[in-house]
Design a binder for this molecule. Structure first.
Ligand SMILES: [Zn+2]
Ligand SMILES: [Zn+2]
Length: 337
């Protein structure tokens, strides 16, 4: 089969790859679509824990075309979305229900072969049924949305609370919708790109701000009687978390959701932190949230069709990774077959 193989930093080649035989509890998936995300750029530049050679791509959906005879939960022809994160079930964290901290965590498309290929072999536990009438285009958002669902669990938003979201990419635009579902009061998006602000307004943001325009801190503070109760940082840069520290209301909560670069650090004014009684939390991966994510997409409670992904072929993957991201595109998806 054809696959994009990561062979070292900035080395990604589309080559023939011979699939091994299916082993115990595995299924063979014909990959229909695989989303491209920030993590793939981290892998491409050598920042992720991916040991070459490996096939990246962790946001994928497809059809079951073969399976180990012992697998009963799935049938040939089923449409599935793949949860890439495989936990061991035996380490300290797994035994305490905190599978996202698993010390032996493996991930399809990061440390194991993933979805930038015509086919992918996955443990049956990682494949989630999706309804046949749900498009693969929409279902391919199940993985990033499952991470957002965990972010929302971390934020535990109460009815009527004001929420600020920093960053209006795929993640920010999904967060806005989840925040709206959660019964938040005012929903505020901070994002420099105009068309993303416009899309955010359509998807549920009550107010949108360009971080480069003047006085946004004062305006947001006035709108929310001193700042949002909760801020969800969806950029992955210290500037964004710094902005969250400035904006959040006293007693407020900050969720650091975006994945920043390894070298990115920041300093916090401890008196400000003390006086505001800030609650700052990270959000890592998608522990037990994948089925809920599929449900939210299948029931159309979260509108992912609005994102209009730009499709490209496996052969063009390298080109997309090499070029600076086109700001008018919310999501790229590759169709390997
Ligand atoms: Zn991703
Ligand atoms: Zn574990």
């Amino acid at each position: 089969m054809k696959a994009a193989i990561f062979k070292g930093p900035y080395e990604l080649h589309v080559d023939e790859y011979s699939l091994p035989k299916i082993e115990k509890s595995q299924v063979l998936i014909k990959v229909d679509l695989c989303g491209l995300c920030g993590t793939d750029f981290h892998i491409f530049s050598g920042e992720a824990p991916s040991k070459p050679p490996v096939i990246p791509g962790h946001e994928y959906v497809g059809t079951v075309v073969d399976k180990d005879y012992r697998v009963d939960g799935l049938s040939i022809g089923d449409h599935v979305a793949i949860d890439p994160n495989i936990y061991c079930g035996e380490c300290y964290y797994c035994r305490h229900g905190k599978i996202n901290f698993c010390t032996n965590l493996k991930a399809l498309g990061v440390t194991l072969n993933g979805g930038f290929a015509e086919y992918s072999i996955v443990p049956s536990s990682q494949a989630y049924h999706i309804p046949k009438d749900l498009s693969f285009t929409s279902a391919a958002f199940a993985e990033p949305l499952s991470c957002c669902v965990h972010g929302m669990d971390q934020a535990s938003i109460k009815l009527g609370e004001s929420v600020g979201i920093i960053g209006g990419g795929t993640i920010g635009l999904m967060m806005i919708q989840l925040v709206k579902i959660s019964g938040a009061g005012k929903i505020i998006l901070i994002e420099p790109v105009k068309f993303k602000r416009e899309m955010a307004a359509k998807l549920g943001a009550d107010y949108t701000f360009d971080p480069n325009s003047e006085n946004i801190n004062t305006q947001i503070s006035e709108l929310t009687s001193g700042g949002p109760d909760v801020i969800i940082e969806c950029v992955g840069k210290s500037e964004a978390t710094n902005l969250a520290l400035k904006l959040t209301k006293k007693g407020g909560r900050i969720i650091v959701f975006g994945l920043s670069e390894k070298k990115d650090t920041m300093s916090i004014n401890l008196q400000n932190f003390f006086h505001k009684e800030l609650d700052i939390k990270g959000s890592l991966l998608n522990p037990f949230t994948f089925a809920r994510s599929v449900e939210l997409i299948a029931s159309k409670k979260v509108n992912v069709e609005a994102f209009n992904p730009v499709l490209f072929k496996l052969d063009n993957l390298r080109e997309v990774l090499n070029n600076k991201r086109d700001l008018s595109v919310i999501k790229y998806q590759i169709s390997p077959n």
